[in-house]
Ligand binder design. Structure first.
Ligand code: V1P
Ligand code: CA
Ligand code: ZN
Length: 406
């Protein structure tokens, strides 16, 4: 009576471990693993687990994480907690990885860009090791389902942490589960296409494969001039001219689509389908990894786009139509109710289901963003949450697609 059916002609697997939900990055930190609880409840509530094989994730091993990350960094991550942090910092093996202090630093940084100061992007919190090795384990299990032909689509909403570097945490990301997955895929597939619809630039993945012509990275992200506070939108990279490491065989195997704030559904769909379509034609990937960061939705606490869930989901449908082995990952997403709705909707799309009393596909504005501040028409809650000035011009986007033609 749930009305959910198994997909015809393909198999989907879902990888998750509820232990990732109990984590707290800190009181004011935007990353809330609790959004994964909401997602899980929606997925189960709609009966979507009847349409997939569900697997309880187990932790990745240190040896697996060392396939990309620095061995000292992996040991540090495995041992660190708020209790052990100070002691580990004293250890010369780890102390050599402490960045030099800048006078403008607002937080005290320890080794590997980790910190116990409130306000840090990559805090050390209770249960952190468990969390990191679990989301990584889920991505690696999902990858194995694909590389052994046991699934056609594999999903891990707790993964997709695209900023982590070889020996450095960055932007809420500690272990780069995406890089580890692609490394596994390269044993089986000649070419892997990585697509990143998180509002931030997928810099960690791009950097890891900048010399590698068998991996094409394609990121869509907010990018532009300095804002009012004199800062660039994080992480500040991903210009149109950034196409992979020049002078190496990896040159032209990175693509970046920098986007002004306020892009809407129609504009995003035009960009995504023209550029992704051309990339697939030219590169002929044997498998695809899709990072579905939901901070590109309208009303996100950190993001600056105006996408509805429908347009975000159309990216998943577009990529799925290639019928290539597909790994679907999460990523950013800071207005939890919209994240959960989007990822549940996309789980339905992956399994060829339409949800019965359908999740509303319009995103819900954050009430706190409007407190006492009526928008242009004097309404407190606009029917369509255009939270950001639509600075995005069609002509600019068309020019970008032209420039990207190769
Ligand atoms: O802007 C910065 C850094 C901190 N300054 C030194 C510059 N950090 C951003 C990080 C955003 C990370 C996004 C991750 C992802 O792509 C993948 C999971 O979505 C940042 C922001 C911001 N508004 O961009 N950090 C914080 N806000 C922050 C706020 C409160 C407490 C801790 C961090
Ligand atoms: Ca992106
Ligand atoms: Zn993001």
């Amino acid at each position: 009576e749930h009305g959910i059916t198994k997909p015809r002609g393909h198999k989907v697997s879902f990888h998750y471990n509820s232990r990732v939900e109990d984590m707290h990055f800190g009181k004011t930190h935007p990353m809330k693993p609790w959004r994964l609880t909401l997602t899980k409840h929606l997925v189960l509530g709609y009966g979507l687990h009847y349409a997939m094989d569900t697997y309880e994730a187990v932790s990745a091993g240190k040896d697996q994480v060392r396939a990309f990350h620095d061995p000292d960094y992996v040991d540090f991550l495995a041992e660190v907690s708020p209790q052990t942090f100070a002691g580990l910092c004293e250890n010369p093996r780890f102390a050599q990885h402490t960045p030099p202090k800048h006078e403008h630093d607002t937080v005290d940084l320890g080794p590997f860009n980790l910190s116990t100061s409130p306000g840090a992007d990559c805090p050390v919190f209770d249960g952190m090791s468990t969390y990191l090795f679990l989301y990584t384990g889920a991505t690696l299990a999902a990858t194995q389902q694909l590389t052994t032909n046991q699934s056609d689509i594999a999903i891990n909403w707790s993964g997709g942490l695209h900023h982590a570097h070889r020996a450095e945490a960055s932007g809420f990301c500690y272990i780069n589960d995406i890089v580890l997955s692609i490394l596994d895929m390269l044993r089986v597939y000649p070419r892997v296409l990585y697509i990143d619809i998180d509002v931030h630039h997928g810099d960690g993945v791009e950097e890891a494969f900048q010399r590698q012509p068998r991996v094409m990275t394609l990121s869509y992200h907010r990018y532009g001039p300095y804002d009012e506070t004199g800062h660039k939108f994080f992480p500040g990279s991903g210009d149109l001219s950034d196409v992979g490491l020049r002078g190496t065989v990896g040159e032209h195997f990175a693509l970046n689509v920098p986007i002004p704030s306020g892009i809407d559904d129609r504009q995003y769909r035009f960009l995504f389908e023209s550029v992704t379509g051309r990339a697939i034609e030219a590169f002929k990937p044997s498998a695809i990894v899709l990072q579905c960061g939901a901070d590109s939705l309208g009303g996100d606490r950190l993001g600056q786009f105006n996408l509805n869930i429908k347009a975000h989901g159309e990216c998943v449908s577009f990529v799925k139509r290639t019928r290539l082995p597909l790994l679907i990952l999460g990523g950013g997403g800071y207005t939890a109710r919209n994240v959960a709705r989007a990822w549940c909707h996309e789980t339905a799309l992956a399994t060829d289901n339409t949800l019965p009393d359908s999740i509303p596909l319009d995103i819900v504005p954050r009430p706190e963003a409007f407190q006492g501040k009526p928008n242009g028409d004097g309404k407190l809650y606009p029917s369509f949450p255009r939270l950001h000035n639509n600075a995005c011009k069609d002509a600019e986007l068309e020019y970008m697609v032209k420039k990207l033609e190769w």
